[in-house]
Write a protein that binds this ligand. Structure first.
Ligand code: AMP
Ligand code: TRP
Length: 330
């Protein structure tokens, strides 16, 4: 059976962009592949985090995975730092990674820009991500478009190591939805930027936003000149983004939406879009509430970590042996 791995950082509140670009696809993968879905807390601490927020968000993301439809009896849901093989493999991979290739990572450039100090962890972040993926002999990695370059690095590292030491790692493939089906959901206030977790509050819809907040944010979303609802990324980037959101939440095609709202103006379209988004998130929010009972998510994560560890250890040992590291006698 095919293996699928993906991760989400507990670095902010999950957004509709995360859901439409990534988590929604996780849910459909679980029936056709052996899936590992990870809350990547070690990635989040590459930039400063408030410890209480980190703690809460880590559990929240796991709850939202499950509330979105991931079944923990089918897929393995776990926290990255619970399986120490991730940090360990990351070091082994770092010793086979070139500084030059990490310098080229655009996410590093973006995230380090304007910071007074930049941690070494932010620089080596993509290597830890490669470790996450390679530890599970992963075939496919569902991610948003912004992660494409990290996936290429992961593939390069796997191929380089396989060449140096003989077969060790499976070379994974990215699974990136096209832009018009969620690969890149844009900000509500600036359609040239992606909808991000840490963005300004009005720019993104959080999965746990209340219906009234969602309606307000959509009403306030920027639009383009003119009044025609039409999919045209060049001329109408803002409306096109809202149409993609509408389409993914409702299941209607972009053409259907253009036919329905083309002539009725932005106001009616936005009001209906708010309803569509609210009814997509309502069942997720309801299930999320049920998972806030103390101990429930913790138990799911404990079992997930146990399952993940079994697989990870096999792959880690395979590489350790190839490297010539002496195994510890038990
Ligand atoms: P992050 O929020 O960076 O931890 O991303 C978690 C997952 O959601 C990754 O697969 C991202 O590529 C995806 N993602 C994040 N933001 C967006 C967005 N605006 N549109 C589509 N996918 C996204
Ligand atoms: N870097 C990813 C992001 O910011 C999160 C991530 C970490 C990830 N490890 C991963 C995604 C492994 C897929 C597979 O979105």
């Amino acid at each position: 059976m095919k293996r699928v791995f993906s991760g989400v950082q507990p670095s902010g509140e999950l957004t509709l962009g995360n859901y439409l670009g990534a988590i929604r696809n996780f849910v459909s993968f679980q029936h056709e592949a052996e899936c590992f879905f990870c809350v990547v807390d070690l990635h989040a601490i590459t930039v400063p985090q408030d410890p209480e927020d980190l703690y809460r968000r880590t559990l929240d993301i796991a709850r939202l995975f499950i509330a979105s439809g991931i079944d923990p009896d089918i897929a393995t849901v776990f926290v990255q730092s619970h399986v120490s093989a991730h940090a360990e493999l990351s070091w082994l991979l770092e010793c086979n990674t070139y500084i030059g290739e990490l310098r080229r990572m655009t996410q590093f450039k973006e995230k380090s820009e304007g910071r007074e100090t930049v941690s070494a962890g932010l620089f080596t972040y993509p290597v830890l991500m490669a470790a996450d993926i390679l530890l599970y002999d992963t075939d496919e990695v569902p991610v948003g478009e912004d992660q494409k370059q990290h996936l290429e690095l992961t593939r390069d590292l796997a191929q380089r190591i396989n060449q140096r030491f003989g077969p060790v790692f499976k070379v994974p493939e990215p699974y990136i939805p096209p832009k018009d089906s969620g690969g890149r959901i844009m900000s509500l206030t600036d359609p040239t930027k992606k909808m991000a977790k840490s963005g300004d509050d009005r720019s993104s819809i959080a999965l746990l936003d209340s219906p009234s907040v969602i309606a307000k944010k959509i009403k306030g979303a920027v639009t383009d000149s003119g009044r025609e609802v039409r999919y045209d990324v060049e001329e109408k980037p803002a409306i096109s983004n809202l149409m993609v959101i509408y389409s993914l939440c409702s299941g209607d095609s972009l053409e259907t939406i253009a036919d329905r709202y083309g002539a009725s103006g932005y106001g009616k379209f936005k009001a209906d879009l708010a309803d569509v988004v609210i009814s997509t998130l309502e069942p997720i929010q309801k299930r999320y509430q049920e998972l806030t009972e103390p101990g429930v998510i913790e138990e799911i994560l404990a079992q997930g970590a146990q399952r993940a560890e079994r697989t990870a250890q096999v792959v880690l040992n395979r590489f350790r042996e190839k490297l010539g590291l002496v195994p510890r006698r038990s």
